[in-house]
Write a protein that binds this ligand. Structure first.
Ligand SMILES: Cc1cc2nc3c(=O)[nH]c(=O)nc-3n(C[C@H](O)[C@H](O)[C@H](O)COP(=O)(O)OP(=O)(O)OC[C@H]3O[C@@H](n4cnc5c(N)ncnc54)[C@H](O)[C@@H]3O)c2cc1C
Length: 382
Protein backbone atom coordinates (compact mmCIF):
# COMPACT_ATOMS: atom_id res chain seq x y z
CA UNK A 1 0.00 0.00 0.00
CA UNK A 2 1.30 3.46 -0.85
CA UNK A 3 2.57 5.50 2.07
CA UNK A 4 0.62 8.57 3.05
CA UNK A 5 2.86 11.53 3.84
CA UNK A 6 1.58 14.90 5.03
CA UNK A 7 3.62 18.10 5.33
CA UNK A 8 2.58 21.11 7.40
CA UNK A 9 3.86 24.40 5.93
CA UNK A 10 4.27 25.39 2.29
CA UNK A 11 7.42 27.47 2.80
CA UNK A 12 10.80 26.66 1.28
CA UNK A 13 11.27 23.62 3.55
CA UNK A 14 7.80 22.13 3.03
CA UNK A 15 7.76 22.59 -0.75
CA UNK A 16 11.34 21.30 -1.14
CA UNK A 17 10.46 18.22 0.94
CA UNK A 18 7.37 17.62 -1.21
CA UNK A 19 9.63 17.74 -4.29
CA UNK A 20 12.03 15.29 -2.62
CA UNK A 21 9.16 12.85 -2.03
CA UNK A 22 7.94 13.30 -5.60
CA UNK A 23 11.39 12.13 -6.73
CA UNK A 24 10.50 8.68 -5.39
CA UNK A 25 6.90 8.78 -6.61
CA UNK A 26 5.16 9.90 -3.43
CA UNK A 27 2.65 12.74 -3.69
CA UNK A 28 2.62 14.32 -0.23
CA UNK A 29 -0.28 16.48 0.90
CA UNK A 30 0.93 19.92 2.00
CA UNK A 31 -1.16 21.87 4.52
CA UNK A 32 -0.54 25.61 4.63
CA UNK A 33 -2.06 27.99 7.17
CA UNK A 34 -2.17 31.03 4.87
CA UNK A 35 -5.28 31.52 2.74
CA UNK A 36 -3.09 32.42 -0.26
CA UNK A 37 0.52 31.61 -1.05
CA UNK A 38 2.15 35.02 -0.93
CA UNK A 39 5.87 34.90 -0.14
CA UNK A 40 7.45 38.00 1.34
CA UNK A 41 8.84 40.50 -1.13
CA UNK A 42 12.35 39.93 0.11
CA UNK A 43 15.57 38.59 -1.33
CA UNK A 44 17.46 35.48 -0.39
CA UNK A 45 21.09 34.54 -0.64
CA UNK A 46 21.31 30.87 -1.53
CA UNK A 47 24.75 29.55 -0.78
CA UNK A 48 26.49 27.01 -3.01
CA UNK A 49 25.40 24.18 -0.70
CA UNK A 50 21.73 25.09 -1.32
CA UNK A 51 22.30 25.03 -5.07
CA UNK A 52 23.93 21.60 -4.69
CA UNK A 53 20.87 20.43 -2.75
CA UNK A 54 18.57 21.69 -5.51
CA UNK A 55 20.75 19.82 -7.98
CA UNK A 56 20.20 16.65 -5.95
CA UNK A 57 16.43 17.29 -6.11
CA UNK A 58 16.75 17.79 -9.89
CA UNK A 59 15.73 21.46 -10.09
CA UNK A 60 18.99 23.45 -9.79
CA UNK A 61 19.04 24.66 -13.41
CA UNK A 62 15.65 26.30 -13.08
CA UNK A 63 16.48 27.90 -9.74
CA UNK A 64 19.78 29.27 -11.06
CA UNK A 65 18.02 30.62 -14.15
CA UNK A 66 15.77 32.69 -11.88
CA UNK A 67 18.57 33.99 -9.67
CA UNK A 68 21.77 35.96 -9.99
CA UNK A 69 25.23 34.49 -9.49
CA UNK A 70 27.17 36.53 -6.95
CA UNK A 71 30.59 37.83 -8.05
CA UNK A 72 31.84 38.80 -4.57
CA UNK A 73 30.90 39.54 -1.00
CA UNK A 74 32.62 42.34 0.93
CA UNK A 75 32.32 43.53 4.52
CA UNK A 76 33.03 47.27 5.00
CA UNK A 77 33.26 49.54 7.99
CA UNK A 78 30.98 52.59 8.25
CA UNK A 79 33.40 54.75 6.23
CA UNK A 80 33.68 52.18 3.44
CA UNK A 81 37.05 50.65 4.32
CA UNK A 82 37.19 46.94 3.48
CA UNK A 83 37.19 44.55 6.46
CA UNK A 84 37.07 41.30 4.44
CA UNK A 85 36.38 40.39 0.82
CA UNK A 86 35.48 37.03 -0.68
CA UNK A 87 35.63 36.42 -4.40
CA UNK A 88 32.55 34.25 -4.81
CA UNK A 89 33.27 33.49 -8.48
CA UNK A 90 36.54 31.77 -7.52
CA UNK A 91 34.68 29.81 -4.86
CA UNK A 92 32.06 28.86 -7.44
CA UNK A 93 34.76 27.35 -9.64
CA UNK A 94 36.28 25.52 -6.70
CA UNK A 95 33.09 23.98 -5.33
CA UNK A 96 31.38 23.40 -8.66
CA UNK A 97 28.24 25.41 -7.90
CA UNK A 98 27.29 29.04 -7.55
CA UNK A 99 26.45 31.31 -4.67
CA UNK A 100 23.17 32.73 -5.78
CA UNK A 101 20.73 35.48 -4.88
CA UNK A 102 17.08 35.19 -5.73
CA UNK A 103 13.79 36.96 -5.12
CA UNK A 104 11.87 34.83 -2.61
CA UNK A 105 8.75 35.00 -4.77
CA UNK A 106 10.68 33.67 -7.79
CA UNK A 107 12.02 30.73 -5.78
CA UNK A 108 8.51 29.89 -4.57
CA UNK A 109 7.25 29.99 -8.15
CA UNK A 110 9.87 27.44 -9.24
CA UNK A 111 9.11 25.16 -6.27
CA UNK A 112 5.34 25.36 -6.79
CA UNK A 113 5.71 24.64 -10.51
CA UNK A 114 7.18 21.22 -9.61
CA UNK A 115 4.14 20.16 -7.59
CA UNK A 116 0.56 19.33 -8.39
CA UNK A 117 -1.59 22.27 -7.20
CA UNK A 118 -4.21 19.90 -5.81
CA UNK A 119 -1.61 18.53 -3.35
CA UNK A 120 -1.46 21.89 -1.51
CA UNK A 121 -4.34 22.73 0.82
CA UNK A 122 -4.58 26.34 1.97
CA UNK A 123 -6.21 27.81 5.07
CA UNK A 124 -5.17 24.73 7.06
CA UNK A 125 -3.39 25.78 10.22
CA UNK A 126 -2.11 22.71 12.08
CA UNK A 127 -2.54 23.26 15.80
CA UNK A 128 -2.09 19.79 17.28
CA UNK A 129 -1.63 16.11 16.48
CA UNK A 130 -2.72 12.84 18.06
CA UNK A 131 -1.03 9.46 17.56
CA UNK A 132 -3.41 6.59 16.77
CA UNK A 133 -1.26 3.43 16.64
CA UNK A 134 0.96 3.81 13.57
CA UNK A 135 -1.03 6.76 12.29
CA UNK A 136 -0.81 10.45 13.07
CA UNK A 137 -3.94 12.55 13.10
CA UNK A 138 -3.23 16.21 12.40
CA UNK A 139 -5.68 18.62 13.99
CA UNK A 140 -6.42 21.92 12.27
CA UNK A 141 -7.68 25.21 13.63
CA UNK A 142 -10.87 24.91 11.57
CA UNK A 143 -11.82 21.80 13.56
CA UNK A 144 -10.96 19.28 10.82
CA UNK A 145 -8.32 16.56 11.01
CA UNK A 146 -6.25 14.44 8.61
CA UNK A 147 -4.85 10.94 9.11
CA UNK A 148 -1.44 10.11 7.72
CA UNK A 149 1.31 7.47 8.06
CA UNK A 150 4.08 10.06 8.22
CA UNK A 151 4.08 13.72 9.15
CA UNK A 152 6.78 16.19 8.12
CA UNK A 153 6.55 19.39 10.12
CA UNK A 154 7.80 22.41 8.13
CA UNK A 155 5.69 25.16 9.65
CA UNK A 156 8.51 27.52 10.56
CA UNK A 157 10.06 28.93 13.72
CA UNK A 158 6.77 29.26 15.64
CA UNK A 159 5.75 25.64 14.97
CA UNK A 160 2.95 24.74 17.42
CA UNK A 161 3.74 21.04 16.98
CA UNK A 162 7.38 21.52 18.01
CA UNK A 163 6.26 23.50 21.04
CA UNK A 164 3.99 20.58 21.99
CA UNK A 165 6.79 18.02 21.77
CA UNK A 166 9.54 20.28 23.10
CA UNK A 167 7.88 23.00 25.21
CA UNK A 168 11.24 24.64 26.02
CA UNK A 169 12.15 25.20 22.36
CA UNK A 170 10.89 28.76 22.20
CA UNK A 171 12.22 31.35 19.75
CA UNK A 172 14.97 33.51 21.27
CA UNK A 173 15.57 37.16 20.42
CA UNK A 174 19.04 37.91 19.04
CA UNK A 175 19.18 41.51 20.35
CA UNK A 176 18.67 43.34 17.06
CA UNK A 177 15.86 44.27 14.75
CA UNK A 178 15.86 44.43 10.97
CA UNK A 179 14.23 46.23 8.05
CA UNK A 180 14.45 45.00 4.49
CA UNK A 181 13.14 45.82 1.03
CA UNK A 182 13.61 45.13 -2.66
CA UNK A 183 14.03 48.09 -5.01
CA UNK A 184 15.29 48.85 -8.51
CA UNK A 185 19.09 49.18 -8.58
CA UNK A 186 20.50 52.65 -7.94
CA UNK A 187 22.97 54.59 -10.12
CA UNK A 188 25.78 53.59 -10.51
CA UNK A 189 24.53 50.01 -10.35
CA UNK A 190 25.46 47.92 -7.31
CA UNK A 191 27.14 44.69 -8.50
CA UNK A 192 28.62 43.07 -5.42
CA UNK A 193 26.94 41.83 -2.24
CA UNK A 194 28.13 43.67 0.84
CA UNK A 195 27.58 44.32 4.50
CA UNK A 196 28.64 47.46 6.31
CA UNK A 197 29.37 46.91 9.96
CA UNK A 198 29.02 50.38 11.44
CA UNK A 199 28.96 51.37 15.08
CA UNK A 200 25.57 52.97 14.30
CA UNK A 201 24.08 49.85 12.74
CA UNK A 202 24.57 47.29 10.03
CA UNK A 203 23.54 47.62 6.39
CA UNK A 204 23.51 44.85 3.78
CA UNK A 205 23.07 45.07 0.01
CA UNK A 206 22.44 42.10 -2.26
CA UNK A 207 22.09 42.43 -6.05
CA UNK A 208 19.22 40.39 -7.54
CA UNK A 209 18.31 39.43 -11.10
CA UNK A 210 16.47 41.94 -13.36
CA UNK A 211 18.44 44.95 -12.10
CA UNK A 212 16.89 44.81 -8.65
CA UNK A 213 18.61 44.96 -5.27
CA UNK A 214 17.65 43.67 -1.87
CA UNK A 215 18.83 45.61 1.18
CA UNK A 216 18.58 45.10 4.92
CA UNK A 217 19.37 47.29 7.91
CA UNK A 218 19.84 45.97 11.46
CA UNK A 219 19.90 47.97 14.69
CA UNK A 220 20.44 46.78 18.25
CA UNK A 221 17.13 46.89 20.03
CA UNK A 222 14.84 45.53 22.69
CA UNK A 223 12.33 42.96 21.48
CA UNK A 224 9.16 44.30 19.88
CA UNK A 225 10.41 47.87 20.31
CA UNK A 226 7.53 50.35 19.94
CA UNK A 227 9.73 53.08 18.40
CA UNK A 228 11.26 50.79 15.78
CA UNK A 229 7.90 49.21 15.04
CA UNK A 230 6.80 52.61 13.71
CA UNK A 231 10.05 53.47 11.93
CA UNK A 232 9.66 54.85 8.42
CA UNK A 233 12.12 55.16 5.57
CA UNK A 234 12.68 58.75 6.66
CA UNK A 235 13.83 57.53 10.10
CA UNK A 236 16.18 55.01 8.49
CA UNK A 237 17.52 57.68 6.12
CA UNK A 238 18.39 59.88 9.05
CA UNK A 239 19.95 57.01 10.93
CA UNK A 240 22.17 55.84 8.05
CA UNK A 241 22.84 59.26 6.45
CA UNK A 242 26.59 59.13 7.22
CA UNK A 243 27.12 55.64 5.86
CA UNK A 244 29.37 55.26 2.83
CA UNK A 245 28.71 54.57 -0.85
CA UNK A 246 25.22 53.85 -2.18
CA UNK A 247 23.55 53.37 1.22
CA UNK A 248 21.92 56.84 1.48
CA UNK A 249 20.80 56.63 -2.19
CA UNK A 250 19.29 53.18 -1.65
CA UNK A 251 17.25 54.39 1.31
CA UNK A 252 16.19 57.49 -0.63
CA UNK A 253 14.85 55.27 -3.39
CA UNK A 254 12.83 52.98 -1.08
CA UNK A 255 9.13 53.58 -0.44
CA UNK A 256 7.50 52.92 2.95
CA UNK A 257 5.09 50.41 1.42
CA UNK A 258 8.07 48.21 0.40
CA UNK A 259 9.51 48.06 3.90
CA UNK A 260 9.39 44.77 5.87
CA UNK A 261 10.29 44.88 9.55
CA UNK A 262 10.97 42.09 12.03
CA UNK A 263 13.02 41.26 15.10
CA UNK A 264 15.76 38.72 14.50
CA UNK A 265 15.10 35.44 16.31
CA UNK A 266 16.26 31.84 16.18
CA UNK A 267 15.80 28.65 18.21
CA UNK A 268 18.50 27.48 20.57
CA UNK A 269 19.62 24.16 19.01
CA UNK A 270 17.33 21.26 19.91
CA UNK A 271 18.62 17.70 20.06
CA UNK A 272 15.92 15.74 18.29
CA UNK A 273 14.31 16.22 14.87
CA UNK A 274 12.77 12.73 14.42
CA UNK A 275 9.97 11.40 16.65
CA UNK A 276 9.04 7.98 15.15
CA UNK A 277 6.86 8.87 12.17
CA UNK A 278 7.07 12.64 12.72
CA UNK A 279 10.00 14.67 11.36
CA UNK A 280 10.81 18.34 11.89
CA UNK A 281 12.63 20.20 9.10
CA UNK A 282 13.55 23.77 8.13
CA UNK A 283 13.01 26.60 10.61
CA UNK A 284 10.62 24.41 12.62
CA UNK A 285 13.68 22.28 13.50
CA UNK A 286 16.69 24.62 13.33
CA UNK A 287 15.82 28.27 12.75
CA UNK A 288 19.01 30.34 12.62
CA UNK A 289 19.75 34.07 12.56
CA UNK A 290 20.32 35.27 8.96
CA UNK A 291 23.99 36.23 9.42
CA UNK A 292 25.38 33.37 7.33
CA UNK A 293 22.57 33.39 4.75
CA UNK A 294 21.99 29.74 5.64
CA UNK A 295 18.41 29.48 7.01
CA UNK A 296 16.68 28.68 3.75
CA UNK A 297 19.82 26.94 2.49
CA UNK A 298 19.60 24.46 5.39
CA UNK A 299 15.88 23.96 4.75
CA UNK A 300 16.74 23.00 1.16
CA UNK A 301 19.58 20.76 2.36
CA UNK A 302 17.04 19.06 4.65
CA UNK A 303 15.00 18.04 1.61
CA UNK A 304 18.10 16.63 -0.13
CA UNK A 305 19.19 14.65 2.96
CA UNK A 306 15.62 13.41 3.35
CA UNK A 307 15.61 12.19 -0.25
CA UNK A 308 18.96 10.49 0.26
CA UNK A 309 17.57 8.56 3.26
CA UNK A 310 14.11 7.65 1.91
CA UNK A 311 15.78 6.21 -1.20
CA UNK A 312 17.51 3.66 1.05
CA UNK A 313 14.62 2.23 3.04
CA UNK A 314 10.88 1.80 2.80
CA UNK A 315 10.58 2.31 6.56
CA UNK A 316 10.46 6.09 6.88
CA UNK A 317 10.80 5.98 10.67
CA UNK A 318 14.29 4.60 10.03
CA UNK A 319 14.92 7.21 7.33
CA UNK A 320 13.79 9.99 9.68
CA UNK A 321 16.15 8.81 12.41
CA UNK A 322 19.07 8.58 9.98
CA UNK A 323 18.19 12.04 8.71
CA UNK A 324 18.40 13.34 12.27
CA UNK A 325 21.80 11.67 12.80
CA UNK A 326 23.15 13.39 9.70
CA UNK A 327 21.61 16.81 10.34
CA UNK A 328 22.07 17.63 14.00
CA UNK A 329 25.76 18.53 14.06
CA UNK A 330 25.74 20.60 10.87
CA UNK A 331 22.61 22.59 11.68
CA UNK A 332 23.79 23.20 15.26
CA UNK A 333 27.11 24.48 13.94
CA UNK A 334 25.32 26.93 11.65
CA UNK A 335 22.90 28.20 14.30
CA UNK A 336 25.70 28.71 16.84
CA UNK A 337 28.18 30.26 14.39
CA UNK A 338 25.57 32.57 12.89
CA UNK A 339 24.59 33.72 16.40
CA UNK A 340 28.23 34.63 17.12
CA UNK A 341 28.70 36.42 13.78
CA UNK A 342 25.57 38.47 14.53
CA UNK A 343 26.95 39.46 17.92
CA UNK A 344 30.24 40.56 16.33
CA UNK A 345 28.53 42.41 13.48
CA UNK A 346 26.30 44.38 15.84
CA UNK A 347 29.07 45.73 18.09
CA UNK A 348 28.42 49.45 18.78
CA UNK A 349 31.37 50.27 21.01
CA UNK A 350 33.94 52.08 18.84
CA UNK A 351 37.02 50.53 20.49
CA UNK A 352 35.61 47.01 20.37
CA UNK A 353 34.52 47.53 16.77
CA UNK A 354 38.05 48.66 15.81
CA UNK A 355 39.51 45.55 17.48
CA UNK A 356 36.95 43.34 15.75
CA UNK A 357 37.75 44.86 12.36
CA UNK A 358 41.48 44.36 12.93
CA UNK A 359 40.95 40.72 13.96
CA UNK A 360 38.77 40.05 10.91
CA UNK A 361 41.37 41.65 8.61
CA UNK A 362 44.02 39.37 10.07
CA UNK A 363 42.07 36.13 9.63
CA UNK A 364 44.31 33.96 7.44
CA UNK A 365 42.91 32.87 4.06
CA UNK A 366 43.31 29.27 5.17
CA UNK A 367 40.78 29.72 7.99
CA UNK A 368 38.23 31.32 5.68
CA UNK A 369 38.87 28.52 3.23
CA UNK A 370 38.15 25.89 5.90
CA UNK A 371 34.83 27.59 6.69
CA UNK A 372 33.78 27.62 3.01
CA UNK A 373 34.81 24.00 2.60
CA UNK A 374 32.72 23.01 5.60
CA UNK A 375 29.69 24.87 4.28
CA UNK A 376 29.87 24.14 0.58
CA UNK A 377 31.45 20.69 0.36
CA UNK A 378 28.25 18.92 1.26
CA UNK A 379 27.46 15.46 -0.05
CA UNK A 380 24.01 13.93 0.19
CA UNK A 381 24.74 10.30 -0.77
CA UNK A 382 26.84 8.52 1.79
C1 LIG B 1 15.61 38.99 7.80
C2 LIG B 1 15.85 37.59 7.30
C3 LIG B 1 16.72 37.39 6.23
C4 LIG B 1 16.97 36.09 5.79
N1 LIG B 1 17.85 35.91 4.76
C5 LIG B 1 18.18 34.65 4.39
C6 LIG B 1 19.11 34.44 3.34
O1 LIG B 1 19.64 35.37 2.73
N2 LIG B 1 19.43 33.15 2.99
C7 LIG B 1 18.86 32.09 3.62
O2 LIG B 1 19.19 30.93 3.26
N3 LIG B 1 17.95 32.26 4.60
C8 LIG B 1 17.59 33.51 5.00
N4 LIG B 1 16.68 33.70 5.98
C9 LIG B 1 16.08 32.53 6.61
C10 LIG B 1 14.95 31.95 5.79
O3 LIG B 1 13.99 32.95 5.51
C11 LIG B 1 14.28 30.81 6.55
O4 LIG B 1 15.26 29.96 7.08
C12 LIG B 1 13.39 30.01 5.61
O5 LIG B 1 12.36 30.82 5.13
C13 LIG B 1 12.82 28.81 6.37
O6 LIG B 1 11.88 28.17 5.56
P1 LIG B 1 10.78 27.26 6.23
O7 LIG B 1 9.99 26.74 5.09
O8 LIG B 1 11.40 26.31 7.17
O9 LIG B 1 9.91 28.23 7.13
P2 LIG B 1 8.99 29.46 6.71
O10 LIG B 1 9.57 30.23 5.60
O11 LIG B 1 8.65 30.17 7.96
O12 LIG B 1 7.67 28.74 6.15
C14 LIG B 1 6.74 28.12 7.00
C15 LIG B 1 5.42 27.99 6.27
O13 LIG B 1 4.49 27.31 7.13
C16 LIG B 1 3.29 28.05 7.22
N5 LIG B 1 2.76 27.80 8.57
C17 LIG B 1 3.12 28.39 9.73
N6 LIG B 1 2.45 27.84 10.75
C18 LIG B 1 1.68 26.87 10.23
C19 LIG B 1 0.78 25.93 10.80
N7 LIG B 1 0.55 25.87 12.11
N8 LIG B 1 0.15 25.04 9.96
C20 LIG B 1 0.37 25.08 8.63
N9 LIG B 1 1.22 25.96 8.04
C21 LIG B 1 1.87 26.82 8.84
C22 LIG B 1 3.70 29.50 6.99
O14 LIG B 1 2.62 30.29 6.54
C23 LIG B 1 4.78 29.32 5.93
O15 LIG B 1 4.24 29.26 4.63
C24 LIG B 1 16.36 34.98 6.42
C25 LIG B 1 15.46 35.20 7.47
C26 LIG B 1 15.21 36.50 7.90
C27 LIG B 1 14.24 36.68 9.05
Amino acid sequence: MEKRVAITGAGIAGLSAAIALKNIGIEAVVFESAPVLKPLGAGLALAANAVKAFDYLGIAKEVVRNGKVLPSFTIYDQQGKVITKNESLQLNEKYGTSNLTIHRADLHKVLLSKLDKSSIQLNKKAVDYVKNGDEVSIRFQDGTSYETDYLIVADGIHSPLRKKLLPDSLPRFAGYTCWRAIIENVEPGVVEASETWGTDGRFGIVPLANNKIYWFACLNSTQDNEVYKNYTIEDLRLHFKDFHGSIPAILKKTRNENLIWNDIIDIKPIHQYAFDNILFIGDAAHATTPNMGQGASQAIEDAAFLLSEIKKTSDFTVAFKRFEERRLERTHYITNTSWKIGRAAQIENKVLAAIRNMVFRLIPDGLNERQFKLLYNVSFDN
